[in-house]
Design a binder for this molecule. Structure first.
Ligand code: ATR
Length: 266
């Protein structure tokens, strides 16, 4: 049986084993997928051991995406621009290939929700690793992007790096243009502290749709709860993005693209 795993710290909350097990059942793949707590000190050695002992591939989640990227011998363009990977695959010669399917997971979910059409205006809140991981596929989907971040210089650095791929600019939180964005994406880590980013309510209220890259099963994320209180419509958390990134990783490993509908996303 082929061995796969997701590595993170913490990892107990991960839904990836359930998602990949359902994908494997539907596509009749002979594989097992487990969740493994990565060691903050010995992550690299753990990954080497996993592959030496026959592991075929793995997903990587926080806080190891940059470290996993550095471990790999070959990288997709998406991983190279993100400078981080969420997926590793062992190639036939034993070397490791790194991909980053987070952005494709996001665009797949936005398509499922009918939120993604060419030439839209998108406001992304946050300029950390989560934003960097999704910018390339969003720009390739012909989106016009504003990145707003508490620390403006980080948004400016990202915009400068990605402007070669499309229309992207940085803006301070209190300088967000007074326009109706087609989509606002929360890519900050504020929800982890139970907080919401501090921007004017009318920016959120004027948006056609709002998406939180974080997800919470059986409840609303702080961002979604805040948007609901403001009377916003077309709200979605990031569980579908998780399913989408998993589907693209599964395709890389097994050569079969699972259907997102196999998972109950609602
Ligand atoms: P991740 O990998 O999840 O993106 P990160 O790289 O630490 O994590 O980035 C966290 C993002 O959330 C950053 O954009 C951060 O803003 P700063 O660059 O100014 O630190 C944003 N963030 C976190 N807490 C925030 C808060 N209370 N208000 C506004 N933005 C916040």
């Amino acid at each position: 049986m082929d061995k796969y795993a997701v590595w993170g710290n913490p990892i107990a909350q991960s839904k990836s084993p359930q998602i990949h097990t359902i994908f494997a059942q539907h596509t009749q793949q002979n594989m097992v997928y487990t969740a493994i707590l990565g060691s903050l000190e010995h992550f690299e050695q753990q990954i080497q051991d996993f592959f030496t002992q026959g592991g075929k591939g793995c997903n990587i989640t926080a806080p190891f995406k940059e470290r996993a990227f550095k471990l790999a011998h070959h990288h997709s363009e998406r991983a190279l621009t993100a400078e981080a990977c969420n997926t590793l695959k062992r190639l036939d010669d034993g070397s490791l290939y790194a991909d980053n399917t987070d952005g494709l997971g996001l665009t797949s979910d936005l398509q499922r929700l009918n939120y993604l059409h060419p030439n839209q205006s998108i406001l992304i809140l946050g300029a950390g690793g989560a934003t960097k991981g999704v910018l390339l596929p969003l720009l390739q989907a012909e989106q016009n992007i504003w990145i707003a971040n508490r620390t403006l210089s980080k948004a400016q650095d990202l915009a400068q790096k990605f402007v070669q791929f499309g229309n992207v600019q940085a803006v301070a939180l209190d300088q967000i243009p007074n326009k109706s964005f087609d989509l606002i994406i929360n890519a900050t880590s504020t929800g982890l502290q139970g907080e919401v980013i501090n921007i004017e309510n009318k920016i959120l209220q004027n948006a056609t749709a709002l998406y939180d890259m974080q997800y919470a099963k059986q409840s609303d994320t702080p961002f979604i709860a805040h948007c609901k209180q403001l009377g916003c419509h077309n709200l979605s958390d990031g569980f579908g993005m998780l399913v989408g990134q998993a589907a693209h990783a599964f395709e890389l490993w097994r050569g079969i693209m699972p259907q997102m509908e196999w998972i109950d996303i609602t």
